[in-house]
Design a protein around this ligand. Structure first.
Ligand code: UD2
Length: 336
């Protein structure tokens, strides 16, 4: 189980909150722990005030990566605006946007509590990538207490893709590179998210963990025989019948930097080694991610509240949708 260098949890001495119980759970309709004893995060299983009060003093930065290549740039505005409202509000957040259309990155209106200015940096070379633009920083004269509540946007140029699978293929490589720039500041966290998505509710400190995976909304009630794992033994993403815990989505995963670095490096290596043998896994890097999470058990599992699909009616156990994939027409938006 990946636990990395997670902090120990220190709560403020005088904080008062509802008494926890080990015999009466607030949720009896769902499972809140895996067989390897990782929490499964559902609404009602955690106290957000307590968790924020533990993590806020640690002065951590949450990095998010998002890819908006080709026509997918159209999803970025809603992604950023809703992230601003719901994603780690009160924490330092750096969002890396990878795009081939940097001039179409939209300006984002900040919610209260994140009073920020937009500034423009000089383009800077970084390995194969060009760092383009733009930061959202606290106003110089803003209330001192709020100074550390800010969101920064970093735009990186990536080549235009000919096949949509290429984008998926390169994501792990670029995530690996971003993390390598951040290390050794490895007590920070990263989440890698699909851009054709929006936030609707809190996604915050309850989701922090060494290695964090999200159960796919389409398969979480199904037997593992129905999971769309890669089934050809010749692929490095292969999972045999009888293997696999959950079906995790490629559209959201994260954890501590060094844990996600290991994940990205491994998935990228396996993806590229497969490609050299002419194999592309059934669901590209999502298949490799599922293989990885079978071997390296996540230390926290997020329920489908953390990735629902807008076209799908909410199931009764899903009390809140925090993040969801928007409805899209693949034929209109993918390169081919
Ligand atoms: C699933 C996964 C996705 C990925 C894919 C397999 C979820 C919700 N989604 O989604 O993460 O594992 O299967 O490859 O779990 N993109 C672009 N431009 C493009 C195409 C894709 O920027 O032309 C980026 C964009 O950030 C998008 C992501 O790649 O969100 C995934 O692509 P998708 O949304 O088309 O993949 P999908 O819906 O099949």
């Amino acid at each position: 189980v990946a636990v990395g260098n997670e902090f120990h949890l220190v709560a403020p001495e005088h904080l008062q909150y509802e008494q926890p119980s080990i015999v009466q759970g607030s949720r009896i309709d769902v499972v809140a722990v895996t067989p390897w004893l990782a929490p499964i995060v559902w609404e009602g299983t955690f106290n957000p005030v307590l968790l924020d009060s533990i993590y806020k003093p640690k002065n951590i930065t949450i990095i998010a990566t998002v890819f908006a290549v080709g026509k997918y740039i159209m999803f970025l505005k809603r992604f950023l605006e809703t992230a601003e409202q719901h994603f780690f509000v009160g924490f330092k957040v750096h969002i890396y946007v990878f795009t081939d259309r940097p001039n179409e990155v939209p300006p984002v209106t900040m919610a209260s509590g994140r009073r920020v200015n937009r500034t423009r940096k000089q383009p800077k070379r970084s390995n194969t990538l060009t760092e383009f633009a733009t930061g959202l920083f606290p106003e110089a004269n803003s209330d001192k207490k709020r100074l550390h509540f800010f969101l920064q946007l970093i735009v990186r140029l990536v080549p235009t893709a000919k096949r949509w699978q290429e984008i998926s293929a390169r994501r792990m490589e670029l995530i690996q590179m971003v993390i390598e720039e951040q290390l050794p500041n490895n007590r920070n966290y990263i989440f890698c998210l699909d851009v054709d998505s929006q936030f609707h509710g809190r996604w915050g400190s309850e989701s922090l963990g060494g290695l964090v995976a999200v159960t796919h909304p389409g398969y979480y009630r199904d037997p593992r025989s129905k999971f769309p794992y890669e089934r050809r033994p010749s692929s490095r993403a292969y999972l045999a019948p009888g293997e696999g815990d959950f079906y995790y989505c490629g559209g959201a995963f994260g954890g501590l930097l060094q844990e996600v670095h290991h994940l990205a490096k491994t998935c990228r290596h396996n993806f590229e080694a497969d490609a050299q043998e002419g194999i592309e896994a059934a669901w590209q890097e999502e298949s490799h991610l599922n293989r990885y999470m079978w071997i390296n058990k996540p230390s926290k599992v997020l329920s489908p509240e953390y990735l629902w699909q807008d076209f799908k009616p909410r199931n009764p156990e899903v009390h809140i949708v925090r993040f969801s994939g928007v409805v899209k027409n693949y034929a209109d938006i993918r390169p081919n």
